[in-house]
Design a protein around this ligand. Structure first.
Ligand code: ADP
Length: 140
């Protein structure tokens, strides 16, 4: 069910630094089931589309450039209370403020290059999942 799913990306910084395996291990240890996953790369246009909600923010250009700078891992995760629990697992946007043990605390470099994305609502989880995956690529 949509309310039990969230969408994530392991961002280019964490992929380049070799953290894919450790981040997936943390996600699974956190009780999430991976129901869709792909290793891919966003074009600058696709990154702009994905983050369109931030178009007016001063960091939008930087964000789109960063998110299209290298490969990412995109995934759909399933768990009760997936959206909120995943935001807890990844920690605050700024790793300097993220709680000990969270994915961003362990692997993020900065507020911009912060290792992982996690949807902020059930509605956005569904939109973001559909942005990256066809129904035939999701296995629950
Ligand atoms: P979150 O990813 O924690 O939901 P936001 O939705 O506020 O955070 O921002 C989306 C993404 O934009 C962040 O994950 C980060 O990569 C980038 N970002 C947010 N704030 C800044 C900032 N002040 N400077 C640079 N990049 C930022």
């Amino acid at each position: 069910m949509a309310t039990n799913r969230t969408f994530t990306m392991i961002k280019p910084d964490a992929v380049a630094d070799g953290h894919i395996g450790n981040i997936l291990k943390d996600i699974i240890a956190g009780g999430f089931k991976i129901v869709a996953m792909k290793y891919t790369k966003l074009s600058p246009e696709k990154a702009g589309e994905f983050y369109a909600v931030h178009a007016e923010r001063p960091f939008y250009g930087e964000l789109c450039e960063f998110m299209s700078s290298g490969p990412i891992v995109a995934a759909i995760l399933e768990k009760d209370n997936a959206v909120a629990d995943f935001r807890t697992l990844i920690g605050a946007t700024n790793p300097a403020q993220a709680a000990e043990g969270t994915i961003r605390k362990k692997y993020a470099k900065s507020i911009g290059e912060n290792a992982v994305h996690g949807s902020d609502s059930d509605e956005n989880a569904a939109i973001e999942s559909a942005f990256h995956f066809a129904g035939t690529e999701i296995f629950s």
